[in-house]
Design a protein around this ligand. Structure first.
Ligand code: ADP
Ligand code: MG
Length: 474
């Protein structure tokens, strides 16, 4: 799986020169992030971290990931509409996980009242790693599917040009010309625009719901600008703005400051820290409204790790996607082993197996955003402590994927240039729009490759910080 630039990896002079070019190219192309020190100001910015070189990705697995994306879109949408499935699947989780419980309460409340929303927009990103664990042949294995605030569609649209230039500087023009074009921000904007159009009120706006701290604003601006280009007005608001200035009329149309909102695109609201009492009230107001939420709260719940684990049970996909045997097979082929830790015999058995051989598994709580999973010795210690307590049901267990590390340089502001052993994670963006029962858009919108240095300490993948990358198909 080696990329054809092994020869230059150790040529320090050439690498230094290429890194200088790369950083300037990134700044010029808009691969940008605000600084840690001033996360809400754009007067001084950094480049977003990225790899110096593209990473080799097996073509067959890349194509497989694209080919299954529309199936995943249908699956997420089906789960979001299946009240009984969500209720049953999350029943034990919400007894012990307050965040999921609060989301679930809002979900139940809006269903009880009756949904005002009739147009649905899903933007997700299905993430994979390449597993070399079994016999040395790489296999595509899904890590998770992100159904809320899936990021980097914007910045990744701009890394191809940067990596292309780096390859040229390194004398690899031929390879540079083989990098695939990629613009998921356009696809995301097309979905938002479609939902806006179907909402049917030309003077209504699209509202990006954003965090208090907005370091990754340029990624969002890429999507935002695509909407402005289509003459769709975009406003950026926080939960607290909604709490203060949001309102519903009799038909549950959503207004901000007197302006009607057609689409609410969440780039916020996926972790407990995003919420205080007022923000929960704002979330409820948005969910009760007629506006198209991306995602609606049911679709957010469809992206929980507990749902992912239950989907892997034999027979579940068939029930959720009746009459779609081929889609089911494509989806199932990407599943790694996933195990429930619910109280009972099955959970007891898996807890014992993980304690006995922690390096085989990853222990995952119902959280998003990275840095929450447990590996190796830490996994063993935590699981030993909670093995007989219902607390263990707030986690799921997953087989650990074993990718093959490759050497690359990770470029980060204020960091020395050094070669690292790296692994990559491929994400495919999915976009779909449904009106009532009719699917009017269902697409794979582009890809994201993120790469991080492996952590040797416990032989596992530490929750290192990933950087942007570009796939080079081999
Ligand atoms: P989050 O919602 O926090 O992003 P993920 O499930 O994506 O949670 O896990 C975070 C990171 O942990 C992934 O990006 C990947 O590097 C690593 N990881 C997750 N699951 C596995 C697994 N089964 N095997 C190996 N690494 C994993
Ligand atoms: Mg993830």
């Amino acid at each position: 799986m080696a990329a054809p630039w092994e020869d230059v990896l150790c040529d320090t002079a050439a690498i230094r020169e290429a890194a200088l070019v790369a950083v300037d190219a990134a700044l010029l192309a808009g691969v940008l992030m605000r600084t840690e020190g001033r996360p809400n100001a754009s007067d001084v910015v950094n480049y977003a971290p990225f790899t110096l070189l593209p990473s080799a990705v097996p073509r067959a697995l890349f194509e497989q990931a694209y080919a299954v994306q529309q199936d995943f879109n249908l699956l997420v949408d089906a789960v979001s509409q299946n009240k009984e499935f969500l209720e049953h699947t999350l029943a034990n989780t919400i007894k012990v996980d307050d965040f999921t419980a609060q989301l679930f309460r809002i979900h139940a409340q809006v269903l009880e009242e009756g949904l005002a929303q009739s147009v649905f927009l899903g933007i997700n990103r299905s993430d994979y790693m390449f597993d070399y664990g079994v016999d040395g042949t790489p296999a595509l294995k899904q890590i998770e599917i992100n159904t809320i605030a899936a990021s980097f569609a914007g910045l990744t649209s701009r890394t191809v040009a940067v990596h292309g230039q780096v390859l040229k500087v390194l004398g690899k023009s031929e390879e540079a010309s083989r990098l695939l074009p990629n613009n998921p921000s356009k696809g995301l904007a097309a979905g938002i625009a479609k939902a806006w159009e179907l909402y049917g009120s030309p003077s209504a706006v699209v509202m990006f719901l954003v965090e208090e701290v907005q370091r990754n604003i340029f990624d969002q601006r890429c999507v935002e600008n695509e909407l402005w280009n289509r003459n769709i007005r975009v406003i950026r608001k926080r939960f607290r703005d909604v709490f203060e200035k949001g309102s519903l009329d009799d038909a549950r149309r959503l207004y901000m400051d007197g302006q009607e909102v057609a689409v609410v695109y969440y780039r916020e609201g996926y972790v407990p820290q995003n919420y205080d009492q007022q923000n929960w009230e704002a979330r409820l107001l948005l969910e009760r409204s007629r506006a198209v939420k991306c995602p609606d709260i049911a679709t957010q719940l469809a992206g929980t790790k507990k749902v992912q684990q239950e989907l892997s049970r034999p027979g579940t996909l068939e029930k959720l996607l009746p009459g779609r045997a081929e889609a089911v097979a494509r989806i199932r082929a990407t599943f790694a082993g996933l195990y429930s830790l619910d109280m009972g015999e099955e959970g007891d058995k898996m807890a014992a197996a993980a304690i006995a051989d922690p390096d085989r598994f990853v222990l995952k709580p119902q959280r998003e955003g990275g840095g929450n999973n447990l590996y190796g010795e830490e996994l063993r210690q935590v699981l030993e402590k909670i093995r007989d307590s219902p607390e263990r049901t707030s986690y799921i267990l997953m087989d650990k994927i074993k990718p093959q590390p490759v050497m690359n340089y990770l470029l980060r502001a204020h960091s020395p240039l050094q070669v690292s052993e790296c692994i990559s994670e491929l994400g495919i963006f999915g976009v779909y729009v449904r009106r009532g029962k009719e699917m009017v858009m269902n697409e794979a919108a582009g890809h994201l490759l993120r790469t991080k240095a492996i952590e040797h300490a416990d032989g596992g993948v530490a929750a290192g910080v990933a950087v942007l990358d570009t796939p080079y198909l081999v």
